[in-house]
Each structure stands twice: as C-alpha cells, then as structure tokens.
Design a protein around this ligand. Structure first.
Ligand code: PXG
Length: 442
C-alpha cells in the first residue's frame, strides 16, 4: 500500500474527515499541532494567524490558562455524572450564569453537545410546547434559504444549503423556507446592516397564508447567517419577523451558534439587534471550543408550559448522555469568567470599526465583488471563476495558509471571524495578506 502519510506515525486513510476534500487534504495535509493566543503552530513548525477562531468557536483565543486549569481540575474531581434523574453542581451553576447573561426571560437552559443537537432540541421543544398547551396541530417549522443549522435531519431540513440536503433523501416533512436576504445588486459593500431587504420578512405572511398559522410551530433563523457567507440582516428585517411571529402565535428561534458569546460585540445577536427570540440555540463559544457543549435557551413561558404535567413524570422526553457534562460545564463557567474579566464582548465592539475599515479597504482588489461585516465577522465575496465555482476561493484559502493566515471559505466567499482578542496589527496582517494574494489567484 502506498504511504499516504507525511508523518511516520499516522496513516491518514482511516480518518474520514468531515466537510473536507479528503483526497485533496491527504495528498497535501495541513496539520495543526498546537495553539496559543491568536496563533496555531503547524507540524512543520510554522506559525499561522487564526483568522477564524478555529471554526467560529475560540472567541477568547487559544490556550487560555483559566479554562485549561478548570478542565484539568474538574476531570480529576468528577469525571462524569449521569445526566438523567441525577445532577451535579456545575451544570446548575453554568445554567444560572447563562440565564443571567441572556436577554429577556430566556432563563431555561437545555444542554446539548453540538449546535446540530441544539437545533434538533429547539425544534422538538417548539412542537412539544404547542402540544402541551393543547395546540397540537402546530408542527410546521419555517427555516430560510441559505440557512445553516447543523447537520442533523432537523437542521438540514430547515436549513437552506442544497449540497447539505440533496444527498439525504426526503428529510423532515412539514418544513418551509423564507427567502434569503442576500442581495449584492442593492447592498454591495454595505458597512454593517444593509439598507435593503426588510420587506423580505413579509414573505413569512405568505407562508402563513399558505399553511395557516394553526399549523406552524416556529420560525428558525440565524440572526446573521454565518456559514453561507456572512449574510448580515437588512435593517428592520428581524424586527418584522418578530412582529409577524407574535401576530400569529409562532415561536421565533434564533440560531446563535455563531453569533452567541460576543461575536457581534454583544453577548448575543439578540442583544445586538434588539430583537428577543423565544428560544436561542448556542454552542461553540460557550466553552471557547475547548470541550464540546451546546445550550438551548428558552423563555420562562416555554419551560412553565411543560411543568403542568403530573409530578414525578418526566416533562420532556429528550436529552443526551452528555447533557451538561461536568467537564464541559467547568469549561463553560471558566469561559464565561474569561469573557467577563477581560470584557471581551465590549472589546469586540471596540475593535469592530477598525476591522470594518480594514476589510473594506479590499474594495477594488482583484476578484472582490462585495465586502460585508458586523462586529468581528467579515465576508469577502469573490467573483466565481467561470465554470468552476468555489475554486477561486479555495485557492485563496490555500495560499493564505501558506502565507501564515487561516481563513475560511464557503462557496466563493471568504469568511473571517477572528478571536475577540485580535490586535490591530493582526487585522492588518490578515487584510494585507489577502490584498497580496488575491491578484495572484487566477
Ligand atoms: N447552527 C449554526 C448557525 C452554525 O453555524 C451549527 C448550527 C451546527 O453546529 P455543530 O456544533 O453541530 O457543528 C452551526 C455550525 C463554517 C462552519 O466555517 C460553521 C459551522 C460549523 C463548521 C464550520 O462556516 N457552524
């Protein structure tokens, strides 16, 4: 068998890598072996500036001592406690801390292990909530084109990415989709929220007319769509969605897996946009990416609706072996401490204008057809290479990595989401690297 490995100890064949061009990667691996602060180190000893906070999760930067120590301490004290019919203090403490951080009365926290699980959980809670109130025909869930809600069957069904859906059969029934809000013709090079597109929220009224409100449980949207290329909500759009949901008794779920924990310069996207949903799904930054964890936040009225069942009965038949895992809970508490002590959400807000100006300096650079941003999220859209969509962006990603800067690409869009500790000179380095590379890409 040919040796597919660059490293003498590892054969690269057995690991079926997620969302990866496996053969391309294994032919020329990009291997990260350590990380500290804003930087990764590769197996060939190079330093790479992390322009993406891992996968949008390492909001406080890498190797944070307080989080590392909390995990080390917890694993030695209580490695695991059953999640069903038993408890441990860490999960209650973290839930209380999260409830304090959340806007409005999003005070009930259901722990999961990934954003995908959080989405499934929120969808199930929405349907079961209506049923618990005697409104059992409300089962439909409305997502959005270009939405990303993870890869469970629930998430891909309400999500709007064709490649994530088309290989997987009939998906979940009873879903529908709002149109996406991306409109370069009207909104190209918008700084912050674009002017045009609030009217797209009116499409929800049409969907309600089609199915009737009595059949609709919830609407789920990312307040800012991350994975499909940084789609910032048009001014007034989320407010309209909220109003239409209220009018028809439909729950509004914000998928805050990316926008939660400071990414937009506030604790949650809900805070940034001043629109409070009925549930929020979160993950990633909840533990700074250190240990897998996710959480669904539900408003008081949702939790309370389940608490009318006879005592001693389980109110919600749902949960995971690792819901509120002790080590994840310890990581979560330490992470919230770091965010608070270093005022990282505020820091993100302070750094956002510099980030915005730096990114928009790429207007006029070869291939760039749009730049958009909010908080510490940036999207740079490239004109696709004729007949070869995604190739140009992927080549840019490879060249940036060679030049020591980690970016993400989705389709022909470069997505930037650096740790919230990023310094101005590091923002400059990312932008200068792109300015240098893009003209060299075919
Ligand atoms: N909802 C949203 C809004 C997400 O962004 C998920 C759910 C699913 O989370 P899990 O933990 O199941 O992966 C996500 C995940 C990227 C990228 O580069 C984005 C995600 C994951 C990996 C890569 O755009 N988002």
């Amino acid at each position: 068998m040919p040796d597919e490995s660059r490293s003498s100890v590892n054969n690269l064949r057995p690991f079926w890598m997620p969302f990866t061009a496996n053969r391309q990667f294994k032919a020329a691996p990009r291997m990260l072996v350590s990380a500290d602060g804003m930087y990764y180190t590769t197996d060939d000893g190079r330093t790479v500036l992390d322009g993406t906070a891992g996968l949008w999760c390492v909001n406080a930067g890498h190797g944070r001592k307080k989080i590392v120590e909390a995990v080390q301490k917890q694993v030695a004290i209580l490695d695991y406690a059953p999640a069903f019919q038993m408890g441990h203090p860490g999960a209650f403490e973290l839930a209380s801390r999260l409830a304090q951080l959340a806007p409005g009365d999003l005070n009930s926290i259901f722990f999961c292990n990934s954003g995908s699980e959080a989405v499934d959980t929120a969808m199930k809670i929405a349907i079961a909530y209506h049923r618990a109130r005697g409104d059992g025909t409300r089962t439909r869930i409305i997502g959005r084109e270009r939405g990303y809600h993870g890869v469970g069957f629930g998430g891909i069904s309400v999500g709007g990415i064709v490649t994530n859906r088309k290989f997987f059969g009939s998906l979940l029934t009873g879903v529908d989709h709002l149109p996406h809000t991306h409109d370069i013709a009207k909104n190209a090079f918008s700084k912050g929220q674009p002017e045009h597109g609030a009217n797209l929220a009116d499409e929800l009224e049409k969907i309600v007319t089609l199915h009737d409100a009595s059949n609709i449980a919830a609407v789920i949207v990312e307040p800012l769509a991350g994975s499909t290329g940084v789609l910032v909500p048009p001014k007034g759009y989320l407010e309209k969605i909220r109003a239409i949901c209220d009018k028809h008794g439909i729950l509004l779920i914000f998928d805050e897996v990316i926008t939660g924990f400071g990414r937009l310069g506030t604790a949650f996207g809900a805070d940034k946009f001043g629109v409070i949903p009925d549930m929020m799904t979160t993950a990633k930054g909840i533990t700074n990416g250190v240990i897998p964890m996710a959480a669904v936040f539900a408003r008081d009225g949702i939790y309370d609706a389940f608490m009318n069942a006879p005592e001693n009965t389980i109110e919600l038949f749902h949960g995971y072996t690792y819901s509120g895992h002790p080590i994840a809970a310890a990581a979560g508490i330490a992470t919230l401490d770091v965010y608070r002590d270093e005022q990282l959400f505020e820091r993100a807000a302070e750094m956002a204008p510099y980030f915005e100006n730096a990114l928009h300096s790429l207007k006029g650079t070869k291939h760039v057809i749009d730049v958009r941003n909010l908080g510490l999220v940036g999207g740079i859209e490239l004109e696709p290479r004729a007949g070869k969509p995604t190739a140009r962006a992927f080549e840019t990603f490879l060249k940036a990595y060679e030049a020591g800067v980690l970016i993400r690409t989705t389709g022909d869009i470069i997505a930037l989401s650096p740790p919230l500790i990023i310094e101005k000179h590091e923002i400059d380095r990312i932008v200068e690297t792109l300015a240098k590379i893009l003209p060299t890409v075919e």
